[in-house]
Design a binder for this molecule. Structure first.
Ligand code: ZN
Ligand code: FE
Length: 256
């Protein structure tokens, strides 16, 4: 199975997974890069997975439907352009002959879902939309800090080698923020050099892994003393990880 990140808009990735004949795409905000890849690689489109309702994730659906030889799968609790098969926590979606597991990850939007393929080779796959980014997390447009913490905790508990396929290339700006939170985190500094080299070469910094994110992502590190201290300096009261995440998220919103 081949995994391809199709760049779209300024900083989105539309993830495509294919077996050389059939493809599935995740969050096609724009049809054009998907149609170009299907033609270039001579693939049929057998499924579309949608994580949440934002236009940069669903905008290409209608234009792709004529090429789709299967279903659109999406979040049961969100209004995405019909028709689609609604899914919620714990359900399985069979795509390309292998099951994906649906996880509810509210926070960025109220009904956001993620898809996990545990049996993927060479490692499990996670399509997490705008919930988890490399070194960051999505803005809380519709959910609470408590919901986002819960969602991120669930993703952080996936196998360490899980490949994390985020929907945006926000890594470098996230890493600048993460360094402000944890200036003494060496793994973070190391990864920032690696990620910058990838960007300089025109390459995506993704997929990441759960193991890496646990070391560098401040939003997955709300129980680390250094992160708690940084959040407290920004106004978080106490050590409650929900308060820590809330303070980090507000700090990130105004961080330049
Ligand atoms: Zn979004
Ligand atoms: Fe987005």
């Amino acid at each position: 199975m081949d995994l391809v990140a199709l760049p779209a808009f300024a900083d989105n990735y539309i993830w495509m997974l294919h077996d050389g004949a059939r493809a599935v795409v995740v969050d096609p905000g724009d049809a054009a890069p998907v149609l170009a890849a299907l033609d270039r690689l001579q693939l049929s489109l057998t499924a579309i997975l949608v994580t949440h309702h934002h236009p940069d994730h669903v905008g290409g659906l209608q234009a792709l439907r004529p090429r789709l030889e299967g279903q659109v799968h999406g979040p049961a609790r969100e209004a995405i352009p019909p028709p689609f098969e609604p899914h919620q926590d714990g359900e399985r979606v069979d795509v390309l002959g292998t099951p994906f597991e649906v996880i509810d990850v509210p926070g960025h939007t109220a009904g956001h879902i993620a898809y996990v393929q545990r049996g993927a080779t060479p490692a499990p796959l996670l399509f997490c939309g705008d919930t988890l980014f490399s070194a960051g997390c999505g803005r809380l447009f519709e959910g609470t800090p408590a919901q986002m913490l819960d969602s991120l905790d669930r993703l952080a508990a996936l196998p360490p080698d899980t490949r994390v396929c985020c929907a945006h290339e926000y890594t470098m700006s996230n890493l600048r923020f993460a360094a402000a939170v944890e200036p003494a985190n060496e793994a973070l500094a190391d990864h920032a050099r690696h990620a910058q080299a990838l960007r300089d070469a025109g390459q995506p910094t993704l997929p990441s892994t759960i193991a890496l994110e646990r070391r560098i992502n401040p939003f997955l590190r709300c129980r680390e003393p250094a992160v708690i201290a940084a959040a407290q300096a920004q106004g978080a009261a106490g050590t409650d990880p929900v308060a820590v995440l809330a303070a980090l998220r507000e700090w990130k919103n105004r961080f330049r």
